[in-house]
Ligand binder design. Structure first.
Ligand SMILES: [Zn+2]
Ligand SMILES: [Zn+2]
Length: 268
């Protein structure tokens, strides 16, 4: 038996003789079922067609897939003074990628911003022998349950000194960012997933209920994201995919972008 993988969002489903009837992640209004209908791959088909891509992305080691697959997220290896965390996961896990990651040192945890990037998280956690940290608010979206998953409650979860998960909500109830500031990254960095998305000009960010379906968030949700992030110092802001990064003044750019959004949807 093999794991069915949704070709549109990249989510892995439990081993089964046949593909699921539908992908709840794609049926949700934040994603979409492709025009040609839902398509599925097996894990072995995926391994035959795709490879993991490992390269620097504006100063952090990135891990993605070639050719681009599903949402095409790029994971980050966050190498702090007190240990390494893998931020987000891809749908493909190759031995070569696992060996390249472990050659840099052990990985203490996987942390994921929201359900669109759960992908092959259980397979990654088994290969790297580490837990997966997910916000309890998004528990219902897990498609492959595993004893590797640890749900964190509340609004903050410190993974290591200077490395903290912050729940902002908005895109999903549990949508989180990862803030890093220690002697390895004194200027600070924020890993944003889809909680805020870096615009193509890399000079501003936005936040949406659905990016592909262009469904905005309301004033309360935008204010909540801004309040959760205010006061954090970070120069760099790493978005969800390759090159979608702000490389200076990230904290000011997020504050100004969210203030402009709020003014547009709730003037006065
Ligand atoms: Zn899907
Ligand atoms: Zn998303």
């Amino acid at each position: 038996m093999s794991n069915p993988i949704c070709a549109a969002c990249g989510t892995w489903y439990p081993e089964a003789p046949a593909s699921p009837a539908a992908c709840p992640i794609c049926e949700d209004d934040r994603q979409y079922v492709p025009r040609g209908g839902q398509q599925w791959l097996t894990s072995s088909e995926l391994a035959r067609t795709y490879a993991n891509r490992l390269e620097d992305d504006d100063g952090v080691p990135g891990i993605g897939m070639v050719p681009a697959f599903a949402i095409n997220q790029r994971c980050c290896l966050v190498e702090t003074a007190s240990g390494t965390v893998l931020w987000e996961t891809t749908s493909l896990v190759t031995d070569q990628a696992v060996q390249a990651i472990l050659a840099r040192g052990p990985v203490k945890a996987i942390a994921i911003s929201h359900p669109h990037f759960y992908a092959a998280m259980v397979r990654w956690a088994e290969a790297l022998d580490c837990p997966i940290m997910l916000p309890a608010a998004d528990r219902a979206w897990v498609q492959c349950p595993s004893s590797r998953i640890r749900f964190w409650e509340g609004d903050r979860c410190e993974l290591a000194p200077g490395l903290t998960l912050i729940r902002c909500g908005g895109h999903f109830a549990g949508s989180s960012v990862l803030h890093w500031q220690d002697q390895c990254c004194p200027e600070g960095a924020l890993f944003a997933g889809d909680t805020v998305q870096v615009a193509l000009d890399r000079k501003r960010v936005s936040a949406m209920h659905s990016y592909p379906n262009a469904i905005p968030l309301g004033p309360e949700q935008i204010s909540a994201i801004a309040s959760a992030i205010v006061g954090l110092r970070f120069d760099r802001l790493y978005g969800y995919t390759w090159g979608r990064n702000v490389i200076a003044n990230g904290d000011r750019i997020v504050a100004e972008s969210l203030a402009a959004y709020l003014k547009a949807i709730a003037p006065g």
